[in-house]
Structures are given as structure tokens and as C-alpha cells.
Design a protein around this ligand. Sequence first.
Ligand SMILES: [Zn+2]
Ligand SMILES: [Zn+2]
Length: 155
Amino acid sequence: MENGKEFLHNYIKKHGLKKSAQRDKILDIFLSVGGHLSVDNLTEIVKEKHPEIGYSTIYRSLYLMQKAGIAERVELGDGITRYENMLGNKRHYHFVCQQCGKLIEFYDPLIESKIKISAAEADFSIERYRLDAFGVCSECRKKNNHSPKTKNSEG
Ligand SMILES: [Zn+2]
Ligand SMILES: [Zn+2]
């Protein structure tokens, strides 16, 4: 985890920015919590420990962490921007449940090699890519089947 701080400090130095103790605290929490955090999620967690840190500081820190390659934006089409930790995080893709918002991570090396082949064919140099598939998770499908609505259906 100390790699994360080093990573950010190198980025800050390279870009002539100032170090910030608050930003370091935010980074620590972001890296230790993991998962896919919205700014609101992270704000809640940070404020429990450090009530003096404000939303805009957290927002700006996340933006900087994204620029530094520590965090990556995850857009799931629900208008909420989430961030996930990219350090030590293996490449993965997402199945996104559109009913409950659950994220299931998956990885298949075949997908990766196919994308590389397609990029080579298009003479395209990929810097990064993401793959999110949207649908309904098994729990939500079960719930849907047991919903009272089905009682009224005739036929
Ligand atoms: Zn679901
Ligand atoms: Zn993920």
C-alpha cells in the first residue's frame, strides 16, 4: 500500500504540485477500502475518521489520483461516477446489475487477446480499455420471479 503514496508523490513532483496531508489521508483510505467507490461513498468513510476534510477536497483528490493512474473511473450508466483502485488490481471487466447496482468482476484472457488482435488490425495503439456488460443478476431475477405481479398474470 505504501506504493500508492509513492506513486502519487512522484506524480505530484513531476507536475510541480504541492503535497497535501489531507490528500494523503484520502489516498490511504481509498487504497485500503478497495472496491468501487463513488465520491459520496468515499466522503462518508473519510468523514468518519477525518471530519475536517471536505467534499471538494475529496473530489479533487480523486481526480488527481485518476490522473496519476491510481484510480480509474467506472461509469455504469446510472449517473454515479465510481472509482476503483488500479494499483495491484488485476485487469478485470464488469457485469453490472441494472436493478440493484451489483458489480461482478470477471476476467477472460481470450477477450484481452482478441482486443489486441483487433487493435493490431486497425493499426491502433490502445492505452487502456474497459468492458462493462449490463443486465440482471441472479438474485434480482429470483426476486422478479417471486414478485406479486406474476400472480395477476393470466394465460
Ligand atoms: Zn441485482
Ligand atoms: Zn472493478
